[in-house]
Ligand binder design. Structure first.
Ligand code: ADP
Length: 405
């Protein structure tokens, strides 16, 4: 027996469910075992463009595009055989049909409900037009980005090739030019030296002075050409280090001996100070070149009576040892201690009166040190002197490359 209170409660509950159904943003329809629409919410009418009266009691196929109706009937029959809650047509695009015949993409989930002996199906239908559109737009945008990226990459590759080509041309040009220039320069230097020796005849003092100018400037030109060629080889990565293991003290002695005559001419005191006994693994010739460059700069930029010391000491960086070349010369202004390692950079005004070189020596020197995985820098006080420091890799060092100094 159902009492009046129960009836009232049941009616209240039915109304609450109705409200819930109507509040849903998705279309919800209940279809009976014969495929007819038994219940629908307001969203269904709005989505498909029908009035409630036009749909209730109609076959649900009314909402399916004509071409798919037959297949839908078959699938519906199959579903009622073993009904379970699941999304319909997983992984495929489903279409629905409005009253006006237009079609739109939907996502549908199905749940069986038992109403007395009848097994009905509740379908929740969601219009995914907007989502599809957003997905399509996203895909199009992605495709466009991918194409633009590919085009940019191709362009970059082409430019790279151009640069490489130009670089090779430049190097080839420099190599052949320097050969062409060096040959006649050797002739000029050789014959001016011969003339200066006065074996072929005596020269008056003026002629001697002229010949000395010719010889000195030709020599300078030759050095410049050699440096440019060397730097261009290093910069284009065409220099291979010939690594060997050796005691750096031998090279330190050799390099100081090489500059001793020039130092003696200025009454400079030159000494070595090896604070460490180590074995390097480096390019011996290039290492001597670094020392020689730094030492000849020290001679060049230290006034009469000064002192020059070259030596080695411990490095804070494992696997490396430090070398230094210090002088009591004119020093380097604080703002220029980095720039002097750039090519063609010369301090200029402060070195007035001192005959400068090519401005390439320190640049080459830095390249050589860095090729070895080392670092070079200078500590200096203007008017007091400079201390050039560089690091070189030790034998059995697993630390080449990176690190603090
Ligand atoms: P350069 O051929 O002019 O010596 P470098 O590249 O060897 O070219 O040196 C660049 C500049 O750095 C020099 O012209 C000079 O101004 C400065 N410099 C280099 N070494 C010293 C030093 N020991 N003392 C003072 N200035 C120096």
């Amino acid at each position: 027996m159902i009492g009046p209170m129960d009836e009232q409660a049941a009616a209240l509950e039915a109304r609450r469910y109705r409200e819930l159904l109507e509040a849903a943003p998705d279309a919800i329809v209940e279809v009976d075992s014969k495929g007819r629409i038994a219940v629908m919410n307001r969203a269904t009418g709005a989505l498909f463009g029908y009035e409630r009266e036009e749909l209730i009691g109609q076959r649900v196929e009314l909402l399916v595009p004509e071409k798919q109706r037959a297949a839908h009937v078959a699938r519906r029959t199959e579903y009622s055989g073993h009904a379970s809650t699941r999304p319909m047509g997983l992984g495929m695009t489903l279409s629905a049909r409005r009253k006006d015949g237009s079609e739109f993409p939907v996502e549908i989930s199905l749940s069986p409900v038992h109403v007395g002996p009848d097994t009905r199906v509740v379908a929740v239908i969601r219009d995914v037009t907007e989502r599809r559109r957003a997905e399509d737009a996203m895909r199009a945008m992605e495709q466009q980005f991918r194409e633009e990226l590919a085009a940019k990459n191709a362009e970059l590759e082409r430019r790279n090739e151009e640069v490489e080509n130009a670089d090779r041309l430049k190097s080839d040009f420099l190599a052949s030019m320097s050969h062409e220039l060096r040959t006649p320069l050797h002739t000029i230097i050789g014959f001016s030296e011969l003339l200066a020796e006065q074996i072929q005849g005596e020269l008056n003092p003026k002629q001697l002075r002229f010949i000395e100018h010719i010889r000195r400037d030709s020599q300078h030109l030759l050095e410049l050409i050699n440096d440019i060629l060397d730097l261009s080889k290093i910069e284009s990565g065409r220099v291979d280090l010939r690594l060997e293991e050796f005691d750096p003290r031998e090279e330190l002695e050799a390099a100081t001996e090489a500059i001793r005559p020039a130092a003696a001419a200025k009454s400079l005191d030159v000494s070595t100070d090896s604070g460490t006994t180590v074995v390097l693994r480096a390019d011996r010739v290039r290492f001597r070149e670094v020392l020689y460059n730094l030492l000849s700069n020290a001679v060049k930029f230290t006034p009469q009576g000064g002192r020059i010391v070259a030596g080695s000491e411990l490095s804070r960086r494992p696997g490396f040892v430090r070398f230094f070349v210090e002088d009591t010369g004119i020093g380097i202004p604080a703002g220029q201690t980095e720039a002097i390692f750039d090519k063609f950079h010369q301090v200029g005004s402060t070195t007035k009166g001192v005959r400068e070189g090519t401005g390439l020596g320190l640049s080459i020197t830095r390249h050589i040190v860095e090729l070895h995985g080392g670092r070079i820098w200078v500590e200096s006080e203007q008017g007091k002197g400079s201390r050039f420091i560089f690091t070189m890799p030790l034998r059995d060092s697993a630390h080449v490359g990176g690190g603090a100094e």
